[in-house]
Every structure is written in structure tokens, then in C-alpha cells.
Design a protein around this ligand. Structure first.
Ligand code: ADP
Ligand code: MG
Length: 605
């Protein structure tokens, strides 16, 4: 490369580079905009998005607004109304302070900022396209601020490629908004995706009421309120009893001074509190708010401020572990702690609305989430009609024993004789390692590793999408008995017909015992209880979530030896599946190393 003289980068390019850190995807734009609204004291925030938030994302609030003469500054880098001196940096109480979000977003999209400051006679707006101001002038808006972003990354197609499907991006936006809404039950939020209202949360809810819109009643019932103070530090929130632990960490949410964070220290401390009471693959539900003087925590270590640094890590760790001990300690200790002394909380909305009453059943039923009649369709499409259901999928063997019979799996039968798709793709199967990964050579020069569980999950999911079931059942030699909470029993009633049609043979014994005499043919019998528990607990599971869960339960596991022809059958089906590079949970199915990468690994290059 011929050397160029050192020169300052043009402003637009600087912003685009900075945008790389702050604006990763639509949900990061949403987060920045909503944080700005909260910083502006908004009591109501309405979010609308289309095309996964890439085509259009609008955040409108009723906050303090921006005076017309400051609009241009709002979209200028390092311009902020929240920070004046470096001392402020160590006492940050607002979400924003870097003055980077709006200019970053404006540099990689088409942004229209319309605002009316409280004292201003009229509203004004500024329109910026990929960093260049297109127009500025008076506008119509009765109060607050409206930020409309269109065509994210239209000018940087390379970054567009890193985005996932519209549905996935929309879901991430939804999750980001929920996270923020949980920390501010005093503020009203609404979300409209593609013209459909996903939720509308009134201002001034209690935390449990708000949580009840998103978490299933069976999970809410297992929550215990906790609160613990140490000097100026306080940790409070809601946590699940060990018996309610789940196999995903999705319900562990941490907030530091009202800011949602992903923090290893807090996660470790929480798991430590439950140590010995939950299995190693299980996670408790934890909604934890940590409040501490701003100078005790550095929020300026991550551009999107998702990570923080604590001055005294040991103290935080100990406090969180102690705070969670009552919830983690089993039923005897599961009474709510005596005081919710959070009036001095730094999260104003939360302190005001902290009237959680654990143990009461007066929780609102989730409204706009879940309740989808997806189960029947899921099972109907689980197996193709013409397949013979001779035997269920083998369970992951814990040692020696029955050889896996993958070919009796309807998914494999349904595929029929494949037209050598493996060799068509230039692939050659070499073998299995660690009873988990399939090793392949591609075009003679690429090493490809495939996660067998993830690949099978993908295959099963596609099968469910494509085919239908006749509702056959596989009788159980020993009927299964499940004790149900009232909420689970109610959910079972709701889903009864669908579960039956899917192949579950069910009966109730009394009000709270479910007897299972038969299960759908493709679901390993040993997985039936687990599957039913999860379906009955989770009202928020949508059709895709249900399929994902089913495919995960039914898929061959890691650690299961596969014979060569079984591996080949799996690979051929997998090669046929759309979106085959990722499993339904979004983890990669295959990784490959080209000759170049291998050379680098061996330091030949
Ligand atoms: P920061 O939040 O770090 O200050 P931003 O780029 O996000 O930087 O915003 C720049 C400035 O624009 C803010 O400091 C604030 O004064 C103003 N601003 C942005 N969004 C809003 C809003 N929704 N309501 C009122 N003022 C806003
Ligand atoms: Mg900001």
C-alpha cells in the first residue's frame, strides 16, 4: 500500500467509525433513543418499528424536548447536555453523557429529529441523511421529542450483512425495550411492530404487575422479594426459588443504578447464592437492582454502557450473594424480607412503585404475549404424515447400551434416498470426535466441524414447519404423574385439546395431578415431563419458541456416538435445511477452517 500523508478524517467518516461501537443493530438504536427519552424525564414513550427496525424505527416521548437552536448540536458528536466536567464523568446519573448516540445513528441512516422544548413557542425539526444535514426548520409537534430513523445501514451494506432476519431483529428490539420498561414501571411504554401493537404498559404500575405481563404466572408465583443494604449499597428485586430454576439464563436481569447491564460479576454472585441448590446447567430467575453511589461504579467502560466496572468488586459480590440467599435458601426461608427500604433508591420510578407483594396471586395475567394456539400446529407439523413411526428417537445414552437408531427417526425416514447431496456440496465425511462433532473435508482443502445436536435441531425444526402429524400416540409403559400449580393446571386446561390432538394421552387426577399415558411418537418418552413442564409454565412461548423447544428436546444430544451411516443421514438432511448455518437458538451449527486459516494457526503466515 502506498503511504498517504497523515490527515484528519472527515467528520462524517469519524461518525461512521464511532457508530460501529454504539450502533450495532436496530435494538441498539432503540436502546439509545429510549434512554435519551428517559434522560429527558419522559413519562410516556411510544416505540414503532417496521422491517425489524431497519426500515423504520420511531421513538416518541413527552419529555423536556430540545430548543430549536440546539437541534443541530444534538446531532453533533461529543455534544451533550448531560456532562460538563470530567468530575461529572464519575458521578453520572443520566443514561447518556458521551454525546455520541444521535450523531452516530444519523451517520448510518436517515434521521429526522423533531422536538418541542417546554418553553418554546413551536416545534422544530432537523433531517440528516448519512451524516449530512438535509433540512432544518419549524415543525408540528405538541410536546416532547420524536426521533424517526429510516434505512439503517443503507449506506454501509457491509454492516447490513451482520444483521439477522427481520423477525430476529424485531425480537431483539422488543427484548431491549422490555428490559428498560422493567426498570421504570413509573413510565408508560408502548411497542408497535409492523402495525401490530405488541404491548402497552400504563404508567405507575408495580414492578410485579409489570413483570406479570412478560413472565408466566407459574414463574411469578415462585418469586421471592429481597432487599439488602450495606452502607450506601443496596440490592433489591425479585428472585425465583431453586425449584423453579430453568435451563436458560434468559430470566436473569441485572440493573446498576437503573441501567440494564450484562455483568459477569453479578451473574457469578447470583449463581454462587444458588450453588448446591440448582444443577450446573440451570439458572434461577433473578431481577436484581443494584443501587450505589455513582462514584462507586464506572459506567464509561463500554461504548453502549452494557458493562460496568465496580470500585469494590468483593463488596458487591458479597452483597448480591447475601441478598439472594433468602430466595435461594428453599421454602422455609422464602418469606419476603421484612423491609423494602428503597426510598433512597437511585431509580426513582422503581422506588416509588416498589410495592411488590410476593406470594399474592393478584398478579395480572399476561395480556398481549403468548396465548398463541401454536401447540397443535407445532405437533401436527412435527412429523410428516407418510412416515412410519416405529420407534421414538433414542435418548442420549449415558454409557453403553442400546445402539442409537437414527434411521427409525421419522425425520430421517422422511428424507428418503438422498441424491448424494454431500458430494454435491463437495463434502466428505471423515468421522466423529468427542461423540459430539462431525468432521468433514470440503473440496479437499477446508476443514468443517458440525455440531450434531445443533444440526439435528435445525432438521427437526424444518420438519415441523413442513409436515403434519396424524395425532398418533406412543403409549407409556408406566404412566407419568405431574403435580401442577393452579396456574399450570389452568394452562393445561387451555391447551388440553391441542395436547391431545398432538398425541399426548392425558387425564387429570383431582385438581392438581396430571396423568400422562401416552406421548407424541417423536418425543422421547423421557423428555415428555420436561417438555410439558416448560410448555405449561411459559405463556410467552410463541409458535417458533415451541418448535424450538420441541426440536431441542427431540434432537440427538452432544455426547452420543453416531455410526457412519447415521452421521451421513443427518448431514444429508441438514444440507437440505434452509437457514442451516444456525440452530434454532441462534448458535452456529458449522464452523470451517480454510487452508489460509490453518496456515495462520500453524504460524506459517
Ligand atoms: P447523550 O445522551 O450522551 O448526551 P445523545 O447523542 O444521545 O448524547 O444526545 C445528544 C443530546 O440531545 C442530549 O444530551 C440531549 O440534550 C438531547 N436529546 C437527545 N434525545 C433527546 C430527547 N428524547 N429529549 C430531549 N433531549 C434529547
Ligand atoms: Mg444518549
Amino acid at each position: 500500500m502506498t503511504r498517504q500523508p497523515i490527515h484528519l478524517l472527515p467528520e462524517t467518516l469519524r461518525n461512521q467509525i464511532a457508530a460501529g461501537e454504539v450502533v450495532e443493530r436496530p435494538s441498539s438504536v432503540l436502546k439509545e433513543l429510549v434512554e435519551n427519552s428517559l434522560d429527558a424525564g419522559a413519562q410516556r414513550i411510544d416505540v414503532t418499528l417496521e422491517g425489524g427496525g431497519v426500515a423504520r424505527l420511531v421513538v416518541q416521548d413527552d419529555g423536556a424536548g430540545i430548543p430549536p437552536e440546539e437541534l443541530a448540536l444534538a446531532v453533533t458528536r461529543h455534544a451533550t447536555s448531560k456532562l460538563v466536567s470530567v468530575a461529572d464523568l464519575f458521578a453520572v446519573t443520566s443514561f447518556g453523557f458521551r454525546g455520541e448516540a444521535l450523531p452516530s445513528i444519523a451517520s448510518v441512516s436517515h434521521l429526522t429529529l423533531t422536538s418541542r422544548a417546554r418553553e418554546a413557542p413551536e416545534a422544530a425539526r432537523i433531517e440528516v441523511d448519512c451524516g449530512s444535514t438535509l433540512a432544518e426548520g419549524p415543525a408540528a409537534l405538541s410536546s416532547g421529542t420524536r426521533v424517526e430513523m429510516r434505512r439503517l445501514f443503507a449506506s454501509t451494506p457491509a454492516r447490513l450483512k451482520f444483521l439477522r432476519t427481520e423477525a430476529t431483529e424485531a425480537r431483539r428490539c422488543q427484548e431491549a425495550l422490555i428490559r428498560m420498561a422493567l426498570a421504570r414501571p413509573d413510565v408508560a411504554f408502548s411497542l408497535v411492530i409492523g402495525g401490530r401493537e405488541v404491548f402497552r404498559l400504563p404508567a405507575g404500575e408495580t414492578l410485579t404487575a409489570r413483570l406479570g405481563r412478560f413472565w408466566p404466572p407459574a414463574v411469578l408465583e415462585g418469586l421471592v422479594a429481597f432487599s439488602r443494604k450495606h452502607g450506601e449499597l443496596s440490592a433489591f428485586g425479585l428472585a425465583g426459588r431453586p425449584a423453579y430454576a430453568q435451563n436458560r439464563a434468559e430470566r436473569m436481569l441485572f440493573y446498576v443504578n437503573g441501567r440494564p447491564v450484562q455483568d459477569r460479576l453479578l451473574t457469578r454472585a447470583a449463581r454462587e447464592a444458588y450453588k448446591g441448590r440448582i444443577l450446573s446447567g440451570e439458572y434461577p430467575q433473578v431481577l436484581l437492582f443494584l443501587d450505589l453511589p455513582p462514584e462507586e461504579v464506572d459506567v464509561n467502560v463500554h461504548p453502549a454502557k452494557l458493562e460496568v466496572r465496580f470500585r469494590d468488586e468483593g463488596q458487591i459480590f458479597a452483597l448480591v450473594r447475601l441478598a439472594l440467599a433468602p430466595a435461594a435458601g428453599g421454602d422455609a426461608l422464602a418469606e419476603p424480607s421484612a423491609s423494602y427500604n428503597v426510598s433512597d433508591s437511585a431509580a426513582p420510578g422503581l422506588a416509588a412503585s416498589w410495592t411488590a407483594e410476593p406470594g399474592t396471586s393478584a398478579l395480572p395475567r399476561p395480556s398481549s404475549f403468548g396465548d398463541k394456539p401454536g401447540l397443535l400446529r407445532a405437533w401436527q407439523s412435527f412429523v410428516s404424515p407418510e412416515s412410519e413411526r416405529s420407534a421414538p428417537l433414542p435418548l442420549a445414552p449415558q454409557g453403553e447400551g442400546s445402539a442409537p437408531e437414527l434411521h427409525s427417526d421419522p425425520a430421517f425416514v422422511a428424507a428418503g434416498p438422498a441424491a448424494q447431496p454431500l458430494s454435491q456440496a463437495g463434502l466428505e465425511y471423515l468421522g466423529q470426535i468427542a461423540d459430539t462433532y462431525l468432521v468433514l473435508r470440503q473440496h479437499g482443502e477446508k476443514l468443517v466441524l458440525i455440531d450434531q445436536h445443533a444440526a439435528h435441531e435445525r432438521v427437526l425444526l424444518e420438519n415441523m414447519r413442513r409436515s403434519r402429524s396424524s395425532g398418533d400416540s406412543q403409549p407409556l409403559a408406566l404412566p407419568l404423574e405431574l403435580g401442577l400449580h393452579p396456574a399450570e393446571a389452568a394452562r393445561a386446561q387451555e391447551l388440553w385439546a391441542e395436547l391431545r390432538a398432538c398425541g399426548f394421552l392425558l387425564a387429570m387426577s383431582g385438581a392438581d395431578r396430571l396423568i400422562v399415558r401416552g406421548v407424541p411418537p417423536s418425543l422421547p418418552a423421557g423428555k415428555a415431563a420436561e417438555f410439558l413442564r416448560e410448555i405449561l409454565a411459559d405463556r410467552s412461548v410463541g409458535l417458533t419458541g415451541l418448535w424450538t423447544l420441541l426440536s431441542c428436546k427431540a434432537a440427538i444430544k452432544a455426547g452420543q456416538p453416531l455410526a457412519r451411516d447415521e452421521a451421513l443421514a443427518l448431514l444429508e438432511l441438514w444440507l437440505d435445511a434452509p437457514e442451516r448455518d444456525f440452530c434454532p437458538h441462534g448458535r452456529p451449527v458449522a464452523v470451517s477452517f480454510g487452508a489460509g486459516e490453518l496456515e495462520r494457526l500453524f504460524k506459517r503466515k
